[in-house]
Design a protein around this ligand. Structure first.
Ligand SMILES: Nc1ncnc2c1ncn2[C@@H]1O[C@H](COP(=O)(O)OP(=O)(O)OP(=O)(O)O)[C@@H](O)[C@H]1O
Length: 610
């Protein structure tokens, strides 16, 4: 478990961490990677064996050439003995051929490992975030979640797929090459080592500078995503308030920052590439010059010199890939840190250790000494301070929650639906604390319908059936009829089989709410919460819906939150809330007669109708 300051997604936006925090974050990432690689260990092992074998085979080539030129060819020319030359030629072809075939195999193996890791990570993020409590989702923006699933996973994939591949190749080939060079001609080996120092300096400079560059491209690209997602999710507001031009300007600025950041990084390559070519040529020149002198003194065979030159060339070939790897590594490590943070988040609303079953709930609700505040600490609901410590809603009662904006009505509803747990006290259904209730029974017993009335892609029937996945089409139709949604559904192009686009593009907001009523009717919960759920219905349909509501609410406990008092009229009881407390409690008639807050609201409403 990470320290409190960096646990989960906490501290995700910070630029600097203490040493202990960095270590904890790194460990968390490695634990995640280890857990994902564990089931793949045989595949990983096989991949390693294949890559080592293929690189070793490829590193033998120049030595065979040297042997051929210095030993086999003279024997063939001087003594007419062609067998050694043929043998070496065959060995050269065989090592080259098998090495190449193994490279092909290795590429496929690496792809299999990478894709298995990506699949697991992708599924873990999806599964996990879907189960995290509402508290997490209300605080962590959708742009950030999208970044975790897209750009972060891409960085990790890039590392595993491309860069790691190249690094292993470069390091192994470099090591084998150096060993082979020392074995055939240690003096050339020393020359190569001597040039290693400026090489290390060049690489160190490049990695340091490009790290800064890549970090800023990552920061800017995250801003691009957030800007884009915000504009698209808020497209209605964008168009309604004519924000297109301003958004164009902001997006243009961020895009230009992105372009500049990329150019800055590419400029570094403009220095690295010539530097590497220069170093490679200098090393080859020195090896060639010194080797040539020794060939003239007969201290070195010409074939060995040729092999030495080839080895030096081979050595420098993949060096740039090492630099690239170091960069991909940085960005993949940062991505993995963030992903592992999200995966470390735990649902704040936990499933009970010993769940109490309640297969046929009656629907009696009680709030006993309930206090609640969101993560920022302020108490927004304080039923314990209201006149009565315990608030009881008997089974079958229809209760309307009324009060000014921000009074805590939706918060109370979220506690009943157990999207949050109270900070103090308990909410109970039929006497069972919601925290102890088996989650499946809780979801069956308590259903919340909100103003948003989200429709998933699929048919209208699918969307209604969400309330009862095994419902027959007759049951679906009956539910739609009960809430008065049948007529408009029949008039859709394909009736119940009409595909609703995402966010219900083909149906109006009011129709969407009717569909979600049908969904709730079909689910047949003991407790139904309607949070502003009639807000999008126009008055005629609202009047129609009054009947539908009566039918929807019959025989169950209902909590209705509505600003329109017409909806409140069907309630048995009204709770007036203010600043998180219940300040009035009674039947609509009683409250109107008492001349309190509700009476005032009611009078104002009646005036507005006149
Ligand atoms: N996710 C949240 N995190 C922090 N504070 C919140 C959150 N949701 C609501 N609040 C705060 O809690 C208080 C009660 O909000 P709530 O949504 O319950 O009011 P409401 O009575 O339903 O208002 P409305 O009628 O406008 O929907 C408000 O002060 C609000 O700012």
């Amino acid at each position: 478990m990470s320290p409190e300051t960096v646990r989960g997604t906490r501290g995700e936006d910070r630029e600097h961490y203490t040493r202990a925090e960095s270590r904890a974050i790194r460990r968390r990432s490695l634990r995640l990677l280890g857990a994902i690689l564990k089931p793949l260990r045989r595949l990983v092992l096989l991949t390693m064996v294949v890559v080592i074998a293929s690189t070793a085979l490829r590193a033998i080539g120049p030595t065979l050439l040297a042997f051929g030129i210095d030993e086999a060819l003279p024997r063939a020319v001087d003594q007419g003995d062609w067998w050694p030359a043929i043998g070496i030629g065959a060995a050269f072809l065989a090592t080259g051929g098998i090495g190449a075939a193994l490279v092909g195999w290795y590429v496929v193996l690496i792809a299999r490992v990478t894709q298995a890791v990506m699949l697991e990570l992708r599924m873990r993020i999806f599964r996990h975030t879907q189960r995290l409590s509402l508290e997490f989702h209300e605080g962590y923006t959708s742009g950030r979640i999208i970044s975790r699933q897209t750009s972060d996973l891409e960085s990790i994939q890039e590392l595993l797929h491309g860069s790691l591949n190249e690094l292993v190749d470069a390091v192994l080939l470099g090591t084998f090459t150096l060993i082979a060079l020392f074995l055939i001609d240690w003096r050339s080996g020393l020359v190569l080592l001597g040039f290693g120092l400026p090489l290390v300096v060049l690489m160190w400079w490049f990695v340091r500078e490009s790290q800064k560059g890549f970090r800023s491209t990552r920061v800017v690209s995250a801003r691009l995503i957030v800007q884009f997602v915000e504009t698209m999710t808020g497209i209605r507001a964008v168009q309604a308030f004519r924000r297109e031009k301003r958004n164009d300007a902001v997006f243009g600025r961020v895009s230009d920052d992105y372009r500049r950041a990329n150019v800055r990084v590419i400029r570094l390559f403009g220095a690295l590439d010539p530097g590497l070519i220069l170093l490679a040529n200098l090393t080859i020149a020195v090896v060639l010059l010194w080797g040539g002198l020794r060939v003239m003194d007969a201290g070195l065979a010409i074939g060995v010199l040729l092999a030495a030159v080839l080895y030096v060339r081979n050595f420098f070939g993949p060096i740039e890939d090492v630099a690239m790897f170091l960069n991909s590594y940085q960005s993949a490590a940062a991505a993995l840190e963030k992903v592992s943070g999200v995966l470390e988040e735990e649902p704040t609303v936990r499933d009970p250790a010993a769940p109490v079953r309640l297969s046929a709930a009656r629907g009696a609700l009680s709030f006993e000494g309930v206090r609640f505040g969101y993560a920022n600490g302020r108490t927004v609901l304080d039923l314990a301070e209201s006149g009565q410590r315990d608030l009881v809603l008997p089974a079958g009662q229809t209760v309307a929650l009324v009060g000014t904006t921000g009074a805590g009505k939706s918060t109370l509803a979220k506690l009943v639906a157990r999207f949050y747990d109270p900070s103090e006290g308990r909410v109970a259904l039929d006497g069972v604390d919601l925290r102890d209730l088996a989650p499946a029974d809780l979801r069956r017993a308590i259903v919340m319908v909100t103003q948003e009335a989200y429709l998933f892609s699929g048919t209208v029937a699918d969307n209604i059936a969400l309330g009862k996945p095994d419902a027959t089409s007759d049951e679906i139709r009956a539910a739609a009829r009960a809430v008065g949604a049948d007529a408009f559904i029949e008039s859709l192009p394909d009736g119940y089989a009409t595909d609703v686009n995402k966010r219900g593009g083909r149906v109006s907001a009011g129709q969407r709410q009717l569909i979600s009523f049908a969904r709730a009717f079909l689910a047949d919960p003991a407790v139904l919460i309607l949070d502003e759920a009639t807000a999008s219905l126009d008055l005629p349909s609202e009047r129609q819906v009054q009947d539908a509501l009566q039918r929807l609410l019959a025989d169950r406990t209902a909590i209705i939150i509505a600003h329109r008092l017409s909806t409140v009229a069907i309630a048995d009881r009204v709770l007036v809330m203010e600043h998180g407390r219940v300040i009035e409690d009674g039947t609509p008639g009683e409250l109107i007669a008492s001349g309190g807050k509700f009476a005032g609201l009611h009078a104002a409403w009646e005036d507005s109708l006149a």
